[in-house]
Each structure stands twice: as C-alpha cells, then as structure tokens.
Design a protein around this ligand. Structure first.
Ligand code: NAD
Length: 353
C-alpha cells in the first residue's frame, strides 16, 4: 500500500477536564472578549443562568430558546438579542441543539464562540450547520461556524439521562464508523475513530449501570470529542444520509435515529469494505453490523424505528428521498436495497452482517 493523504486540523482550542467549565471566564478573556451571551435550551435555562452568574460582569445576557434542528426564526431572535446586548461572544452550554444555535449566529455575524458541550453529539468540532426554515432542513459546511474554544467538562454530563447517554453515545460512534470508510479518510482520522469508538464501547455500559461514574463519564466525553472530530474532518456516507432523510422529512428524533440505523447501515457496507471496518469488528467483537446491534441492545438502546412515529407506509418515500441524489458510498445501492435496510431497522431485527 502506498501512503498518501491530506490532513487539515482545526484551529479550535480544546480544553478537557473535570471542573474545566469553572474557568470559562479565563478563556473568554483570553479571546479578547468582554461581553458574553450565554445560550441554552429552555430545559437547561437554569444551568445557563448559573453559568451567567459565574461569569459575572463578563456576561451581558442569556438566551434560552435553542431547539432541535436550528429553526431560522429562533436564530434571528438570538441574533437580535446579541445585537441588543452588544455581545462580542456567545457561550453555548448544552447539546447539539444549543451548539447549532451558536454556530447559526456565528454564520451570520462571525461572532466568537465558546462551546461547553453536555451531550456526545460532537457538533462543537464540526464546520457543519444544519438549519430548518418552513419545515425544510438544509445543511452547509463553513469554517465560519467553527467555535474558537471548546470546554469539555465531564462533571456537566453526570446528570445526562441514561437513555440520552446511550443514544447520544451511539450517535458519536456512527460518526467514527462512517469515518473509517470515508473517501477522504486519512490515518489520523482513522486512528481517532478507533480510539473514540473504543472509549465509548468501554464507557457506555458503565454509565448504564452507574450513571454518575466520573471515570466512565470522562471516557465517554473524550470518545465523543474524537468521534465528532472525525465527523468534522471527513465526508459521511449512507448512514448519515439516511438519518438526515428520516430526521428532515419524517421528524424522527436525532440521536435515536442514528442509534437505530447504525447496525443496519454499517452491516450493509461491511460486505463491501470488511478491511476498513475491521476496527468496528475488533472493538465490538463480531461482524460489524451484528456486533453493533448486540452492543446497542445490551445497553438498552431503542432498536426499532416503528417506536418513533414512523409508519411502515413511510418507508417507500424514505427510500426514494435517500436515493434521489447520488453521493459516495463504499457499496453501491439502489432504492430496493435501501428500502429493505429501512424495513429491518423499522422492525428492529438483527442485521445479517
Ligand atoms: P439536544 O442538544 O437537542 O439535547 C436534547 C435535550 O437534552 C435538550 O433538552 C437538552 O437541553 C438536554 N440536555 C443536554 N445535555 C444535558 C445534560 N447533560 N443533562 C440534562 N439534559 C441535557 O440533543 P443532541 O443529540 O445533543 O443534539 C441534536 C441536534 O444536534 C440535532 O439538531 C442535530 O442535527 C444536531 N447535530 C449537529 C451536528 C453537526 O455537526 N452540525 C452533529 C451532531 C448533532
């Protein structure tokens, strides 16, 4: 094999450690900022207020309207709030929804971003921004949306509910698994993918048994950072396309959809690229799709799309949308192949590979 690749790292500063978020003010000041707007969802508004209190005079306001899929009307309200309080940075405290809002504001205003992630979604280290307007979801890639500083504080994830920890963790594993066969993969991203999956494979069962286990929480968040970094650096394929279709057109929940589809899409592609997916086989123990299915089941993940409001009669249209525009995937497919894959995921059966 001849080695040849392009690698583009990100310039974001990554700060990782228990209690690291207590020093958010230092990072804001080091960036030259003095007027922070703290962002959160309504569910984490209290945490946002508490963070604002700790930032003291550095914080000029809070906005707790972040929500799934980054609706443009909410972004516009947040941009107006940032202008009103003359914010020079946003501090996004939460999961992918809150990070998405910060990125959407930065896309429009180039405002500086500090992100404090509290789930395993990984959006904080990707140049990807998904937005919805009038019910339609669009996705863009731009270096403008990359945060300047990401503060990973595992202590903030101790209370992430177990169900969400499981699905969010599997969402992270999906970034890494697809990264292994990405057309533009390189040795660094493949190394990160394997390390990220291994960390999550070890941590998630411990978290299920003991949600406040500090070591497992730190390991899971470390894995999530690595898997998110892979997502940010290489192109995704069939798995992310199908999940995007289901979430965008049928409103299925983000992390659960990834968790359920993962064994089926990876099993499908494993037939074509078993060597590239060898880390999945080794880490999870078995043929990639089946091993991921068994792992997901063992940690109590939802397994069937039918549990999330998707009707069997929706599957034809989902297969049609997911195959409408071409994109690279290691195994060629047609609409019938995707329809059958969706059927298995809808029923929640163990994949054949
Ligand atoms: P989320 O951010 O929507 O969080 C789900 C709920 O959990 C929210 O109510 C949130 O406030 C709450 N929550 C978060 N952390 C918590 C904690 N530690 N304790 C208690 N509650 C907590 O969910 P998510 O899965 O992190 O993000 C999903 C969104 O992120 C989707 O819109 C998805 O499209 C986007 N996303 C984007 C990228 C990207 O690269 N652009 C990557 C992954 C996900």
């Amino acid at each position: 094999m001849t080695l040849g690749f392009t690698y583009q790292g990100s310039s974001a500063r990554i700060v990782f450690g228990n209690g690291a978020s207590a020093h958010a003010a230092d990072h804001i000041e080091a960036l030259g900022c003095r007027r922070a707007l703290v962002l959160s969802t309504p569910q984490q508004a209290k945490d946002g207020e508490a963070l604002a209190g700790r930032l003291g005079a550095l914080c000029v306001g809070t906005f707790s309207g972040a929500t799934m899929h980054t609706p443009v009307e909410i972004t516009e309200r947040a941009v107006a709030k940032a202008a009103e309080v003359k914010a020079d940075c946003v501090v996004s405290l939460g999961g992918g929804s809150t990070t998405g809002l910060g990125k959407a504001i930065a896309y429009r205003t180039d405002i500086t971003q500090v992100v404090i992630p509290t789930t395993y979604a990984g959006s904080e280290v990707t140049p990807i921004l998904g937005q919805t307007e009038g019910g339609a979801k669009t996705t863009l890639r731009s270096p403008r949306v990359l945060p300047e500083v990401v503060i990973y504080d595992p202590e903030l994830t101790l209370g992430l509910p177990v169900g969400m920890s499981v699905t969010s963790g599997l969402n992270a594993i999906a970034h890494a698994a697809e990264g292994l066969y990405a057309e533009d993969r390189n040795p660094i991203t493949s190394m990160m993918a394997a390390e990220g999956m291994r960390a999550l494979k070890e941590a998630l069962p411990v978290i299920v048994a003991s949600p406040r286990d500090a070591e497992a929480r730190a390991k899971a968040l470390y894995g999530a950072w690595l898997c998110g970094t892979v997502l940010g650096q290489v192109a995704m394929a069939l798995h992310h396309k199908i999940c995007h279709t289901l979430g965008g057109s049928f409103d299925t929940p983000h992390a659960e959809t990834h968790a359920i589809m993962l064994p089926h899409t990876i099993g499908f592609n494993a037939v074509a690229v078993p060597e590239l997916l060898r880390p999945v086989a080794e880490i999870f123990g078995g043929s990639p799709g089946q091993a991921l299915y068994d792992f997901a089941k063992s940690i109590g993940s939802p397994l069937a799309l039918s549990d999330f409001g998707l009707k069997e009669s929706d599957l034809d249209r989902a297969a049609e949308i997911a195959t409408k525009s071409p994109y690279p995937n290691p195994r060629p497919f047609d609409r019938a192949a995707i329809r059958s894959l969706l059927q298995s995921a809808w029923q929640g059966v163990r994949p054949p590979h």
